[in-house]
Design a protein around this ligand. Sequence first.
Ligand code: ZN
Length: 271
Amino acid sequence: MMEAGAQRRVTGETASSAMNYSIRRSPSARNVWLRFSQSGDLVVVIPHRFDIRRVADIVEANHKWIHRAATRVGARREAREREAPAALPERIVLPALAREWTLEYNPTDYPHVRIVERDGDRLVLSGNTHNYEQCRDALLRWLRRKGRQTLAPELCDLAARTGFSIAGITVRTQRTRWASCSRNGTISLNTRLLFVPPELVHHVMLHELCHTKRMDHSTKFWSLVESHDPDWRKHRKMLRAGWRSLPAWLDSRITVGRPDEGKRSLNTCEL
Ligand SMILES: [Zn+2]
């Protein structure tokens, strides 16, 4: 059964084919349109003054086309869902920790995605694992956790060993920089650092620690860096290449590129 209503979606069903569809009145439509929504539902778009009682007959008259199109749309959607998890990693290698994990995707009825680490080198994702974004978000959360557990204590140790004092540490998934140091001495580290070798993680940490003494990139700053990291020039170059070789799934929403040096806030120094 249907109800009429301007600009309102109503659901109808034809008697013979029991086909579900919704009706949308469009002020700009001149003709009746049959189309499928993203989720695969049939939508009948009708002009503003169209007699809604005629819709059932139109759907009935076009049922062959509708069934063919529905099959096509469904197949395309299934293919999309099958493809999406393939773009996610099967392995995660974190050179900073000299460790790697094999990933398993176990679809279950749970509406979200959970990650459990097993046997030290297996990462098991379960739940709605057909959903690319949910898997990716879960993996990013796991990476942040790893970063907090490993990078933060490492920075604390390094600061203590080299005689720098820091106000705080944050570990985040930043899109354009490896790390930053705020004027109050809080150092922010990017979880992407987990994907580069330990010597480069050290290089980034030392760079930011030096900013706790000098908030600029003056000659004095670079001398300070050099006193702690004599190979800083080589490391800096390697770091740029490191950004380009980050796994693509990390940045599936943005273009992978080098850190954006143009966007620099006045109160922080970013690397
Ligand atoms: Zn800097």
